[in-house]
Design a protein around this ligand. Sequence first.
Ligand code: SF4
Ligand code: SF4
Length: 91
Amino acid sequence: MAEEKTKGQSSKEATKEKKIKYPYQEGKGLPPLNLYLHWCKACNICIAFCPLDVFDPDRDGKPILARPEQCSQCAICWLHCPDFVITSNYK
Ligand code: SF4
Ligand code: SF4
């Protein structure tokens, strides 16, 4: 039992250490996301839900990638967009 616990803890720590670094986080490579804005209805969900403040709204209320280097590919935005506007270049 005690051994299993130790194994569990060490794999958690290993996952933390293996945190992926994407090229756009160093200012190179493809941007983290594609936004097909013809389908966007400016509902603001992606902007409001992004935990890392990657988007700013443009003058129509549609998202722009204002801080792409902060994107962690958490998937919250593309899973919640009701109009399938957002796709990832990395997943
Ligand atoms: S994948 Fe996550 S961090 Fe990146 S823009 Fe979408 S919600 Fe924000
Ligand atoms: S969630 Fe989708 S439809 Fe809504 S503002 Fe964002 S990209 Fe546009």
